[in-house]
Ligand binder design. Structure first.
Ligand code: PFF
Length: 478
């Protein structure tokens, strides 16, 4: 349940529908499911098996695989910690918007309202002031993360028993409301009408793999950590299938929720859906387009506004704490400090780091850091994970471990996927993305911004993972 909570998050509600319609609508489901079955589920099985076999945090698990690989474990837990810095900022926005929906405060100019709310300076080069409502939201969300995690895994179990099923029910409710609005069907057909010619575009296939990785929370040390808490007899492959299919199902459902409302918005403004343009993308969808549509609802607008942001907060919270849990377990075990202290230190550091994204330039930095850390950091870790476990270790040992407790038997095909297919795909993905980024700097930003927001965070977590490994070695000598 906690793993489903981690996988299902903000990424499902706005990212999947958007990527899907951008990448060929209904036809995108083909690369998406290919990516899910050839990379997502096999890697999910790998991570769950490693965690269950090692019964420890990712750094310790990698150390068990080979002493010199401990850094890889630290790397996997440091990247989601950085993702959390800005992921929680988006949740802070949701928190404020949940309150604003009480009087639909964004009015008829949701775009201006959003910019004022952020104190947006319009450029990453002008830092601007910290937005007070965002700061308050940040305090609330980081505090929740601390309170959920500091006592250990027991509390996570209780929280996810609510934060997984409830927002799903709310999402279904919102979908029913969306589908009964005028214009909804046009929205849905826009989302799902297949454009098969897009399947010949390599970028569409890359988007599918990247979406599966981000959405399933793979290559983040999360599944390794959570699996280490599973009972000895837990069925690994069944768990992997349930988590992955629940995540894919929620994404697919969220497409209906979002595009029915997008169709309604276009209908009520008397324009076509393509004319809504960029307003469908990322944060704009959640904080400009959706609120505008909510204001136009014929009745119960306040109710549906609240429900939407509450659902987002609940979807987000279990993803957020799952990003923090692996590093706290790692620090707790390595430095022999209590779980509460480790959680406290990590949350305080995270809170201060989040402040950069709460400034007037925050939206821009968030977008830049997300682009580089989520795309490159994540895919690189996935690749390294496959290479270490597939080539530097006897993979059949992990497979035997999974087979011992699982109903679905893993054959040799799984080894081939981990050793050849997935690394090959990830390598191509990285290569194409790198060339793309070098030829066309992201959004045309100057190089210093790309170095500061992209290269620096990716490189520093990589180097930091070696520092963490070395600290231990020194202790051992002493
Ligand atoms: N899977 C989450 C989502 O789809 O929103 C996002 C996520 C969670 C990414 C945890 C990375 C992570 F470590």
């Amino acid at each position: 349940m906690a793993a489903i909570g981690s996988a299902v998050g903000l990424g499902n509600v706005w990212r999947f529908p958007y990527v899907c319609y951008e990448s060929g609508g209904g036809a995108f489901l083909i690369p998406y499911f290919v990516a899910l079955f050839t990379a997502g589920i096999p890697l999910m099985i790998l991570e769950l098996s490693v965690g269950h076999w090692a019964r420890s945090s990712p750094p310790e698990a990698f150390k068990k695989i080979g002493k010199k690989w401990e850094w890889a474990g630290w790397w996997t837990v440091l990247v989601p910690f950085i993702i959390a810095w800005y992921y929680i900022v988006v949740m802070a926005w949701c928190f404020s918007y949940m309150i604003y929906s009480l009087d639909l405060r964004w009015g008829v100019h949701a775009e201006n309202f959003f910019k004022n709310f952020l104190g947006d300076t319009g450029s990453p080069a002008i830092i601007g002031d910290i937005s007070v409502p965002v700061l308050l939201g940040l305090i609330v969300v980081w505090l929740c993360v601390f309170l959920i995690l500091y006592k250990g895994v027991g509390r996570i179990g209780k929280v996810v028993a609510i934060t997984v099923p409830l927002p799903t029910i709310l999402l279904i409710l919102l979908t029913i409301r969306g589908l009964t609005l005028p214009g909804a069907i046009e929205g849905i057909s826009y989302y799902l009408t297949p454009n098969f010619s897009r399947l010949f575009d390599i970028n569409v296939w890359l988007s599918a793999y990247a979406q599966v990785f981000f959405s399933l929370s793979l290559a983040q040390g999360i599944m390794i950590t959570y699996a280490s808490f599973l009972k000895k007899k837990s069925d690994i492959t069944n768990n992997a299938f349930i988590i992955s299919l629940a995540d894919a199902g929620t994404s697919f459902l969220a497409g209906f929720t979002v595009f029915s409302v997008v169709g309604y918005l276009a209908f009520s403004q008397g324009i076509s859906i393509p004319d809504l343009g960029l307003r469908i993308a990322g944060p704009n969808l959640t904080f400009i387009t959706y609120p505008t549509a909510i204001s136009l609802l014929p009745f119960a607008a306040v109710f549906f506004g609240m429900v939407f942001y509450i659902a987002l907060l609940m979807f987000g919270i279990d993803s957020a704490f799952s990003m923090i849990e692996p590093i706290t377990v790692g620090v707790n075990k390595k430095f022999k400090i209590s779980k509460a202290k480790a959680t406290g230190v990590i949350c305080i550091v995270g809170f201060f780091a989040s402040l950069l994204f709460a400034t007037g330039s925050g939206l821009h930095w968030l977008d830049i850091v997300d682009h580089f850390v989520a795309n490159f950091g994540l895919v690189m870790i996935g690749l390294v994970e496959c290479l270490i476990l597939g080539w530097m270790f006897k993979l059949s040992k992990i497979r035997d471990h999974a087979n011992k407790t699982s109903e679905v038997y893993l054959g040799r095909w799984w080894d081939y996927l981990i050793k050849f297919v997935i690394p090959f795909v990830l390598f191509i993905l990285l290569f194409v993305a790198m060339v793309n980024n070098i030829v066309n700097p992201y959004l045309g930003y100057p190089w210093w911004i790309i170095v500061l927001g992209g290269v620096a965070p990716c490189l520093s977590v990589f180097l930091l993972s070696f520092v963490f490994m070395k600290i231990k070695q020194r202790n051992e000598v002493i």
